[in-house]
Design a protein around this ligand. Structure first.
Ligand code: GLN
Length: 244
């Protein structure tokens, strides 16, 4: 029995829950009735029950502010430092998972679970929101055309690693400066240091990194919970949650 929580402080919570439900209900013979339980997470008691946590899209500044006010933030720091737990951050959730964020708001707190530097709101004004069919078949078998939705999305700018050469071929076009003028750089206060390397799962044609994995942690710039298709959620359950 595995408990999958969706952090329910702000943002797209019900969409994730309904995609997981659909993934499980359409494959009853694979999952059985009691293997997976899905809950909303607002308190540390609920978080303690979770084997996996999804941090949804929304507004990373609002999520961290609410986590601070409700006293959940230190528990989230501990949760991301426990490598037996699975975590998936989508969009604002990816920002929260990073160790460093550019174009952040002052006072915004990040959890520091992944050795990545993220640029918040990295797409230009005209691309604030867009949809694109992406080929994820290099890491999700047969998923060749996944309708992928980006909303004021972040990108992964750098892998924070002792080996700087790793970033040499990660260059991407500069992000539109208009988006970056009022932001500051924020670093996580969490001293956690991840024991696995960062793997890049997907880059857009222009080189922007939009999906990464590090150990049991997954980060995506986009919102699979907002497309009709639940296969990304099924892949997450099968390769992350059921593997722990
Ligand atoms: N721009 C938002 C942030 O900084 C993220 C947007 C989203 O989650 N769709 O948190």
């Amino acid at each position: 029995h595995k408990v999958v929580g969706v952090l329910a402080l702000q943002g797209g919570v019900v969409e994730h829950l309904s995609h997981f439900k659909r993934a499980v209900e359409s494959n009853p013979e694979q999952y059985g009735p009691f293997q997976l339980e899905f809950i909303e997470v607002k308190t540390s008691d609920q978080l303690d029950r979770c084997n996996a946590l999804v941090i949804p899209g929304g507004e990373s500044t609002a999520i961290s502010l609410i986590a601070e006010r409700t006293g959940l933030l230190p528990h989230l720091y501990e949760f991301v430092a426990d490598e037996s737990k699975v975590i998936w951050g989508t969009c604002a959730g990816l920002i929260l998972l990073a160790k460093q964020v550019e174009n952040a708001k002052r006072d915004q707190k990040i959890l520091g679970g992944m050795d990545i530097k993220v640029i918040r709101n990295a797409f230009g004004r005209q691309l604030d929101s867009f949809e694109s069919n992406l080929d994820f078949s290099s890491f999700i078998p047969n998923l060749k055309e996944f309708p992928t939705i980006f909303i004021r999305a972040p990108i992964v700018d750098q892998i924070l690693n002792e080996n700087p050469r790793l970033n040499e071929n990660l260059t991407h076009p500069p992000v539109p400066m208009a988006k970056l003028t009022d932001g500051i750089t924020v670093r996580s206060e969490n001293p956690y240091s991840n024991s696995s390397p960062v793997e890049i799962l997907h880059r857009l044609e222009n080189g922007f990194i939009v999906a990464v994995k590090q150990g049991n942690k997954l980060g995506t710039s986009f919102h699979p919970e907002l497309s009709e298709n639940f296969l990304f959620h099924k892949w997450f359950l099968d390769t992350f949650v059921l593997a722990i």
